[in-house]
Design a protein around this ligand. Structure first.
Ligand SMILES: [Zn+2]
Length: 463
């Protein structure tokens, strides 16, 4: 018996990583790390975008959830945490580790996802609901939190340390230390890395060393042009629409982008460059997210911490109920409405567009990524009409887009961050990018003397 146990212990799997998602695409992040007899996963995200990509959410996991000892989450975006309740439903019993702010945001994001899945199933617009609100409540009991900089033992033999990734509130770079036969190897997961010098969040922390690096490559082939002018551009669009006495519709993601918009508009009013115009935050999810941001103000950068209420001004109104939202249709004065969803695939923004996109005095402003196949992408790319609630609507409103509002570093930012390692990691795995972006970043890293690899889906590597 003793001999068998020893045998099992010593023959445990060598340190190994398997890429189960966010490979060749941005969504569905999921990486399995095996060390000794432990299996840990980093991220369990939802696949988003075209229907054939969304179908991947229904495929069996490439591992047995019952055999996974723990899960680590870098942040609360659905493409990083959106399948966690399914993992729990399929027998995962371990702990889920993340920062405290990420846990709070995950709760509202997962509840919202469950709610939207239910609506889509009823309206036969998507696949069957993967999990419901009760499943999310059950999942939340598995969460355990840690803070930036603390060493925390995830399972015996595997320790993690979370560092600020500067992407959204609570987002982390994860340093994973895996022990194998008395030797420790360090794998760093970049998570999603923010650009430098954006409001509210701090800049991503520099990591001095790693044996292996798993790096995001969302903008591996792009630079954020107009980054310095993005604030002026926002002000220009608002003033232009207000001069025409029109309404400005801003489809926005609930976490971070919405708070950034409020922060900037508050700044314009304070500087006296914009009158205290009416702004409606018409998204229950974004309102809840803003409340969580306020709770964690100690995580903000220095400038945001210096402001007592960085997301408030007297012209701002929260519209929580459907009736409050509907009342906006009867207002004929100019206003701004910030509403979800960010790509116009669901939510209250669809109602505002239905009511106002055919008026040439109005404007639609995109401040985030618009995936292929979404109404947002079609409008942004100049479609003449858009179908909403089964009806075609002529687009006469002016369409604006500020791509420089981004939660991700561009390739200059990514290279600068990688160059922060004092010693080059033995290998860099590129994930979370379309094939063109990942390949382009791989070439740039190789040119800088790094050994970089773009893994295939389900590909494993012994480390
Ligand atoms: Zn993200």
């Amino acid at each position: 018996m003793f001999k068998t146990m020893r045998f099992v212990k010593n023959s445990g799997v060598k340190l190994k990583i398997t890429f189960n998602g966010a490979v060749g695409r941005v969504t569905g992040s999921c990486y399995l790390v095996e060390a000794g007899n432990q299996k840990v996963i980093v991220e369990c995200g939802m696949f988003q975008g075209l229907p054939e990509v969304q179908e991947m959410n229904y495929l069996p996991f490439n591992f047995n959830p019952k055999e996974i000892s723990a899960l680590i989450l870098t942040h609360s975006h659905i493409d990083h945490c959106g399948l966690v309740p399914r993992l729990v439903n399929e027998g995962f019993t371990g702990k889920i580790w993340c920062t405290t702010a990420t846990r709070d945001l995950c709760e509202i994001m997962l509840l919202d996802s469950a709610h939207v899945q239910g609506i889509k199933e009823r309206e036969e617009e998507g696949g069957p609901q993967i999990y419901n609100e009760l499943d999310v409540r059950k999942t939340m009991k598995h969460f355990r939190t840690t803070e930036y900089g603390d060493m925390c033992e995830i399972v015996p033999g595997i320790t993690a340390r979370f560092r600020d990734a500067g992407h959204i509130l609570g987002s982390a770079i994860v340093e994973l230390f895996a022990e194998e036969n008395g030797k420790v190897k360090k794998i760093v997961f970049s998570g999603d890395l923010g650009p430098k010098n954006v409001p509210i969040v701090k800049d991503p922390e520099i990591i001095p060393d790693a044996d292996y690096l798993v790096l995001e490559s969302t903008y591996g082939d792009r630079l954020h042009r107009g980054f310095e002018q993005r604030e002026e551009m926002l002000l220009g669009v608002i003033k232009h629409i207000f001069q025409k006495r029109g309404k400005l519709f801003i489809p926005s993601f609930a976490v971070e982008r919405t708070q950034e918009l409020l922060y900037r508009i508050r700044g314009f009013i304070e500087k006296g460059v914009l009158p205290n115009e009416k702004v409606y935050l018409d998204s229950p999810l974004a309102i809840k997210a803003t409340g969580i941001f306020e709770k964690y103000f100690d995580l903000f950068d220095r400038d945001a911490r210096a402001i007592r209420k960085p997301f408030h001004f007297s012209g701002l109104e929260y519209t929580r109920t459907v009736n409050q939202s509907k009342r906006l249709n009867n207002i004929h004065e100019p206003f701004i409405v910030i509403a979800g969803s960010g790509m116009c695939t669901a939510g209250r923004i669809q109602h505002h567009l239905r009511n106002g996109i055919d008026n040439h005095n109005n404007g639609v402003l995109f401040v985030g990524y618009q995936a292929e196949g979404t109404p947002g992408r079609a409008i942004k790319e100049g479609a003449k009409s858009v179908e909403l609630f089964g009806e075609k609507h002529q687009i006469r409103a002016e369409i604006f887009s500020i791509d420089a509002f981004s939660g991700h570093a561009d390739y200059h930012g990514l290279l600068e961050w990688v160059n922060g390692f004092k010693e080059k990691p033995r290998k860099i795995f590129l994930v979370h990018g379309e094939p063109k972006s990942a390949e382009s970043l791989r070439e740039k890293l190789e040119a800088h003397g790094y050994h970089a690899k773009v893994p295939k889906l389900h590909e494993s590597f012994e480390l």
